[in-house]
Design a protein around this ligand. Structure first.
Ligand SMILES: Cc1cc2nc3c(=O)[nH]c(=O)nc-3n(C[C@H](O)[C@H](O)[C@H](O)COP(=O)(O)O)c2cc1C
Length: 411
């Protein structure tokens, strides 16, 4: 994607860097505002879109043992208002609204026009909660009430990401790529074995979600951790794993730091609220092992005329390029910051010590974070996919994709 400005050298280099990605998305909306908004620009025309499939993803994000009362109020529904007609994308920017059902209780606190009402009607938050954006954001944006900060920093925003991600999944699905997640740890309770793709797929079809673990015994231990957090007024974190299945080799690039898909996926995962670390493949285990035990050996299947690998410890990425194996990422969530038994803080008005504010809150959100991470992974993979195969229409993208598969076959 070279720039259209003439000249070469540094100027052209800068132009290339400033071009936006072919597929891009943004979200807007406050946690208790009228609605959340997502825009997604760059999907080719002709991608089939099912509102039911988008709502199913939104439902999955709302599930899990340990979610707060809000999840019972909100039953999210995506309203697509632009870019999709007669169940297909039309190549125009897509606009999605998700209404907040709680808005009626907040229309005064978060009114768009100031009608000069009493200060306390704004539901001010002056005792910032440790582990939230409250204090850093209040200082940065010069508010002595952290309400506007927490409204936007809240993970409620991730509903909009999930809706956009559902459309990225729809594109990827046309090419046999699926992105799903499962929970591998809640607190100290861990899944002690690898999960098979079929198990993860079966989990995603369930009508009831406890902690999103493929193993009932491990899930029961995870539940005990959440129960303990409930009993003690505390919260729990954990680890989710995202697996992208059916990914072709060759997405992303080793050639430039910002083209490396491992880096782009890591950024996408860590951008999720409360995710403090990411692991690609078996990174932590690998760092403690010798190289001979870590690298995935290379083999060749003559009849099928394709390369195979001894294992997938690299998580499907080598040199920042997909290698044709499943892409496997893990996200590490800190425990939820808002505690029923609040931590020490300071009142922004009086500067006196005070206990942090409490707002209705989740105790554990690891399965939901996994669903958000699926969306982020799907969006980044769809970006890399369109960078490689392009196309203004799905038919054109498919032609380019199939041509590349032929090339790979005869490599
Ligand atoms: C799906 C999901 C739900 C969350 N729910 C809550 C919640 O109910 N209460 C809370 O204090 N934090 C919750 N968080 C985490 C906060 O949004 C996050 O910790 C906070 O915005 C500060 O950002 P940081 O932890 O990334 O620094 C949730 C995170 C995710 C991914």
């Amino acid at each position: 994607m070279a720039g259209t400005h003439g000249g070469g050298g540094l100027f052209q280099f800068v132009t290339i860097r400033l071009l936006p990605p072919m597929l891009r998305f943004e979200t807007a909306g406050e946690s208790h505002g009228e609605c959340l908004i997502a825009t997604l620009t760059g999907l080719p025309a002709g991608v089939p879109v099912s509102l039911e499939a988008v709502d199913r993803e939104l439902w999955r994000r709302q599930q899990g043992y340990g979610r707060g009362g809000r999840m019972k109020i909100e039953s999210d529904h995506a309203e697509i208002v632009a870019g999709v007609r007669h169940s297909h994308t039309i190549g125009a920017p897509i606009g999605i609204l998700i209404h907040n059902r709680d808005w009626k209780n907040w229309s005064e606190a978060l009114a768009v026009e100031d009608s000069g009402g009493a200060e306390d009607k704004r539901k001010p938050l002056t005792r910032p909660r440790p582990g939230h954006a409250d204090l850093a954001g209040a200082i940065k944006y010069d508010f002595h009430d952290a309400r506007y900060i927490l409204e936007r920093a809240s993970a409620r925003e991730t509903a909009a990401r999930v809706a956009a991600g559902a459309l990225a999944k729809a594109l990827l699905g046309e090419f046999g790529i699926a992105v799903l997640s499962h929970v591998v740890a809640v607190g100290s309770a861990r899944l002690e074995r690898p999960a098979e793709w079929d198990e993860i797929a079966a989990l995603s079809r369930k009508g009831e979600i406890l902690l999103g673990c493929v193993d009932a015994e491990a899930e029961a231990r995870m539940k005990e951790v959440v129960d303990e957090a409930y009993r003690t007024g505390d919260t729990a974190g954990g680890v989710f794993e995202v697996v992208a299945h059916g990914v072709p080799p060759g997405l992303g690039s080793h050639a430039a730091w910002d083209g490396r898909l491992d880096g782009r996926l890591a950024q996408a995962i860590v951008s999720i609220q409360a995710v403090k670390g990411v692991e690609i493949g078996f990174a932590a285990e690998g760092a403690a092992s010798f190289g001979s035990k870590v690298q995935d050996t290379i083999h060749y299947h003559r009849e099928e005329r394709r390369f195979t690998r001894g294992a997938n410890r690299a998580g499907g990425l080598e040199g920042g390029i997909t290698n044709g194996q499943d892409v496997v990422l893990r996200g590490f969530l800190k425990p939820i910051s808002t505690l029923r038994r609040p931590l020490e803080s300071v009142d922004l008005a009086t500067r006196e010590p005070a206990l942090a504010a409490y707002e209705r809150s989740d105790v554990c959100a690891v399965p939901a974070a996994g669903v958000v991470a699926e969306a982020m992974t799907a969006l980044v993979l769809a970006q890399a996919f369109l960078e490689k195969f392009g196309g203004d229409s799905l038919r054109e993208t498919r032609r380019n994709f199939l041509g590349y598969l032929e090339q790979v076959k005869s490599f």
